[in-house]
Design a protein around this ligand. Structure first.
Ligand SMILES: [Zn+2]
Length: 270
């Protein structure tokens, strides 16, 4: 029988035994929000979950997959129907509590796999909270950071910046590969209408030097930012496979990472 890897399917004695082999606890985090007229509200949950699931499934003795966090921070999308927004402090505390529980049970390495751009600052704080307040360490990775730059150079057809931002060439390709039944390509349209400046723009390949986020409806008519018309299933397959390879390497690297002892320099003065 293949090894179990979904946390919620374990019994408590099985979790106790699993902790002994110190798997990395992998938590996918998405959001429920509009992704243009062609992609479903679950897009960011689906990408983070499915990439994390496929990675953990391949190395079930080294990692364990937690149930996904569905709801997150996206207040700026509320002008579009369907979006469910959680206050940033609530969201940060919620994820911190999940990590603290895992640390309490003895999981020493916790990895947040993020599928939503605006989760980044909050998950960064949650990961720091977990690391600072427990004996465990927690890190966060947005999945698109694991797409190799060389692959983007080969596959990307949309303009930079803007072509890969939201419901874009990248996300739509990934969805076409993972869940083609949920993609309505006949409704996909290019929407790169934000005010382009040297300092402020949106793109998943590389962020702008300035952190800024305003109401999404101020710069997108359709709910998309990017060019989903350039998306294909084959690009999606290559993006996902590349991310899986990097994610497995990351899980192994993080699992092997030494947690060095803290040193309290208040004491020990001559
Ligand atoms: Zn998204």
């Amino acid at each position: 029988m293949p090894l179990k890897y979904r946390y919620e399917e374990f019994t408590w004695p099985e979790i106790r035994d699993a902790v002994a082999r110190q798997p990395v606890a992998v938590i996918p985090v998405g959001t429920i929000e509009q992704h243009g007229p062609h992609l479903p509200l679950i897009t960011d949950v689906l990408t983070a979950t499915e990439m994390a699931r496929r990675a953990v499934e391949r190395i079930p003795d080294e990692a364990i997959l937690l149930p996904s966090v569905f709801y997150a921070f996206n207040e700026h999308h509320l002008d579009f129907p369907g979006t469910i927004a959680i206050d940033g402090t609530t969201f940060t505390n919620y994820v911190t509590d999940i990590g603290r529980s895992l640390a309490h049970h003895g999981f020493r390495k916790i990895l947040l796999v993020n599928g939503h751009g605006s989760n980044v600052p909050f998950l960064d704080v949650a990961a720091r909270n977990i690391t600072n307040r427990t004996d465990s360490i927690c890190a966060m990775v947005p999945w698109w950071n694991l797409v190799p730059k060389t692959l983007l150079k080969d596959l990307r057809e949309s303009d930079f910046p803007g072509g890969m931002a939201h419901g874009c060439e990248l996300e739509t390709s990934v969805l076409l590969y993972l869940r083609p039944d949920l993609v309505q390509m006949d409704k996909a349209a290019q929407d790169i209408n934000f005010q382009k400046s040297e300092f402020i723009y949106w793109d998943l390949e590389a962020g702008s030097p300035v952190f800024f986020q305003e109401w999404f409806s101020r710069y997108s008519k359709t709910g998309t930012v990017g060019d989903p018309t350039k998306a294909t299933t084959e690009k999606g397959r290559r993006f996902v496979e590349a991310v899986l390879e990097r994610m497995i390497a990351l899980i192994r690297d993080f699992r092997a990472r030494e947690i060095r002892p803290r040193v309290d320099h208040h004491r020990g003065r001559p």
